[in-house]
Design a binder for this molecule. Structure first.
Ligand code: SAM
Ligand code: SF4
Length: 327
């Protein structure tokens, strides 16, 4: 019988994020250090069979209906299309967040394997700034990756832009034009305190209100009714598509959150900012039954806190950075 992953505040969780690797071919300043990341050993990562088993338990026991692959950079995990095929068998909405650099050669294969949607991260349309932000000289390849995703038939293609005050906030309108020209949905993301170098401070957050003010000065937009998705959305009055803002810091959406996370090393997290994790890898490798694992999932979500409390004195930074948790 299908139950629900429900917490003490009545929130039902149906959206699973799976980090398939902690490795990455970029080193974005707001996420990873330039050097010195210690990758986990291969045997510490869940195998495809283990990932599929956990995903199946969540689908069968709790009605999880949406799975997003993330990382690190998911496309650096060898044979990713095989995992996509295994998860597509579960009949969920299957998506991926990627830096896009590998999409020119992988988009069509991933689509064929059963991936439904992609979000591509891109924080500057200017080659020099792109290099400063990612520490890689690959803007042209990410742009080709966006085209490859559109050509492969992913719909919608979304572009994730982390906006940082004084660093790339002057590109908000460039990204709006880029999204309208290409027919992709741009989602601006507020910088969150999950960077490995701990450079985050509130002065670097370019808040949703300022993003919207800047867009409104150039294009009439109307708010779209909110769903459980993290982005607040606005549609262009002239029918030229939509933009979204993920305002985790200035307008937290904790009260509608329906998301749970599985790290590449098999730790289950009920919140991006959780300070504790349930070790599912130990259960899988220790011979636990599906029912026992389902019970552990249910308990972890039942104990979820009300919200993350960024900007309040009681906020505790998670031990892991975004690339290790899976954004
Ligand atoms: N490597 C893939 C990518 O970059 O899309 C997937 C993993 S990445 C951790 C997932 C998302 O988290 C990306 O859109 C990235 O821009 C975002 N991200 C990383 N660090 C962040 C931070 N400190 N604040 C806000 N978003 C962040
Ligand atoms: Fe890698 Fe994505 Fe983090 Fe950039 S944001 S360093 S691409 S995991």
């Amino acid at each position: 019988m299908t139950s629900q992953l429900i917490d003490g505040f009545g929130r039902v969780h149906r959206d699973l994020r799976i980090s398939v690797t902690d490795r990455c071919n970029f080193r974005c300043t707001y996420c990873m250090p330039a050097e010195g990341m210690q990758w986990r050993a291969r045997e510490d990562l869940l195998t495809f069979e283990e990932i599929q088993r956990l995903a199946r338990i969540m689908v069968e026991h709790y009605g999880v209906d949406s799975i997003r692959l993330t990382g690190g950079e998911p496309t650096v995990r060898a044979k990713l299309p095989v995992l996509v095929e295994m998860l597509a068998e579960l009949g969920v909405d299957l998506s991926m967040t990627t830096n896009g650099v590998s999409l020119p050669s992988t988009a069509a294969e991933l689509k064929k394997a059963g991936l439904d949607r992609v979000n591509i991260s891109l924080d500057s349309l200017r080659p020099e700034r792109f290099h400063e932000l990612t520490r890689r000289d690959d803007l042209h390849r990410v742009l080709e990756g966006i085209d490859a995703a559109i050509d492969a038939g992913f719909d919608p293609v979304k572009i994730n832009v982390v906006v940082m005050k004084g660093i790339n906030d002057d590109e908000v309108l460039d990204f709006v034009d880029f999204g309208r020209d290409k027919g992709v949905m741009v989602r601006f993301i507020e910088f969150m305190p999950l960077d490995a170098d701990e450079i985050w401070n509130n002065d670097l957050v370019f808040p949703q209100a300022e993003i919207i003010e800047r867009i409104k000065a150039a294009h009439p937009i109307d708010p779209v009714k909110r769903t459980s998705a993290p982005a607040s959305r606005w549609s262009f009055a002239d029918g030229g598509g939509e933009i979204g803002v993920v305002a985790s810091v200035s307008d937290s959406f904790c009260e509608t959150c329906d998301r749970v996370r599985l790290t590449a090393d098999g730790q289950f997290r009920a919140c991006l900012f959780a300070t504790d994790e349930k070790d599912l890898r130990a259960m899988l490798r220790g011979g636990s039954s599906d029912d026992e694992i389902a019970e552990a999932l249910g308990h972890t979500v039942a104990e979820k806190w009300e919200g993350h409390q960024i900007n309040q004195v009681q906020f505790i930074r998670p031990r892991r950075s975004m690339s290790e948790i899976g954004g």
